[in-house]
Design a protein around this ligand. Structure first.
Ligand SMILES: [Zn+2]
Length: 337
């Protein structure tokens, strides 16, 4: 394991949780095996092959949220929901292949129990409500299969609203009536609302109507770097007002620079603007991004912890960023029994 003794100790007491990796897309396409160490990664190079269980252990991780992706450029098409189901199937196959190493979990208690047993935890989130194919009821089926968050938008407009960037991009319109219904539906099912990729107006609408903490699973912040993919201080505060958290993406294109320091700068800005209960990790590993130097896979996380220590973050704040803030948001979005 990389990193200082101090960083290793922090990861031991706070095994890291990352909010977004698209690894199951590779499992569905290529049979990518989560149990196998991939070094070097996939032949497609830096764009994928970032996450597997051996490297999660090396990186002092406890849990990974896997994003479930369905054709991000399509507004509405039959078969999108099936693509999501096939990625969940791929996770279940991976879990069955080596019993006891990886568990699909839903609650804070299950994450803690899984990690206490020495296993890694997998959680599920859907990226883009177009995967529901226009049906609120479809979310019930996904929730039953373990889906814990729903990203409202991806790279095209859908029944819910408009993307920050992509097909059908529109700045002045927010959530549609269906979008409001969907936020309520999410809350009734314990599915966390994820505001990555949605336009600013829809983002703020969702925070206003939310009665449970929301997440932004993978993003950068405009206060550090001007980019369409990033969110402003009012958005950070709006998330914090719901009790939610914001995962910083590890993509240098959005962070405005390569290496650990830009990641720390974005985390620090969230902490300064929205408080230490807000920042979290949202790598976007395996999501067609080239990750930043030193964080090309989970093994680099203890180095990020060292960089946060060097930047003056308290151990308490680091524990929250690595794990505590995500656990709290999961806990505060209870799954109905
Ligand atoms: Zn994304």
């Amino acid at each position: 394991m990389l990193g200082s003794e101090e960083a290793k100790a922090i990861h031991k007491s706070h095994p890291a949780i990352d909010l977004h990796a698209d690894t199951l897309m590779w499992s569905r396409w290529l049979g990518y095996d989560l149990h196998q160490r991939h070094t070097p990664p996939l032949p497609l190079g830096a764009l994928g092959g970032h996450v597997d269980l051996p490297r999660m252990r090396d990186g002092g991780m406890g849990a990974q949220f896997f994003g479930l992706v369905s054709l991000p450029m399509h507004r509405r098409a039959a078969g999108l929901a099936r693509v999501i189901d096939e990625q969940i199937d791929a996770l279940e196959e991976n879990i069955a292949r080596r019993p006891g190493a990886l568990h699909l979990v839903r609650t804070q208690e299950e994450i803690d129990a899984c990690n206490a047993s020495g296993a890694q935890a997998a959680l599920l989130g859907i990226e883009g409500a177009h995967a529901l194919e226009g049906s609120l009821e479809r979310l019930e089926g996904f929730a039953r299969r373990g889906v814990r968050y729903l990203g409202l938008l991806h790279f095209s407009d859908n029944e819910v609203g408009y993307p920050a960037y992509g097909r059908g991009q529109r700045d002045h319109d927010g959530l549609t009536p269906f979008g409001y219904d969907l936020v309520r539906k999410c809350e009734s099912l314990g599915v966390i609302v994820d505001l990555a990729h949605i336009n600013r107006r829809g983002f703020l609408d969702a925070c206003t109507v939310a009665t449970r903490p929301v997440m932004v699973t993978h993003t950068g912040v405009l206060g550090v770097y001007e980019h369409w993919r990033n969110i402003d201080d009012a958005q950070l505060r709006a998330v914090a007002d719901t009790g939610g958290c914001i995962g910083v993406i590890f993509c240098p294109r959005f962070l405005g620079g390569d290496g650990l320091d830009p990641v720390v700068a974005h985390l620090k800005h969230i902490l300064d603007v929205a408080g230490e209960d807000a920042p979290a990790l949202g790598s976007d590993w395996d999501g067609f991004i080239v990750p930043t130097k030193d964080l090309q896979d989970p093994r680099g996380l203890p180095l990020l912890t060292d960089a946060m220590l060097k930047a003056g973050f308290s151990e308490r704040a680091i524990g929250k960023i690595l794990r505590g803030n995500v656990l709290r948001v999961v806990h505060d979005n209870p799954v109905p029994r």
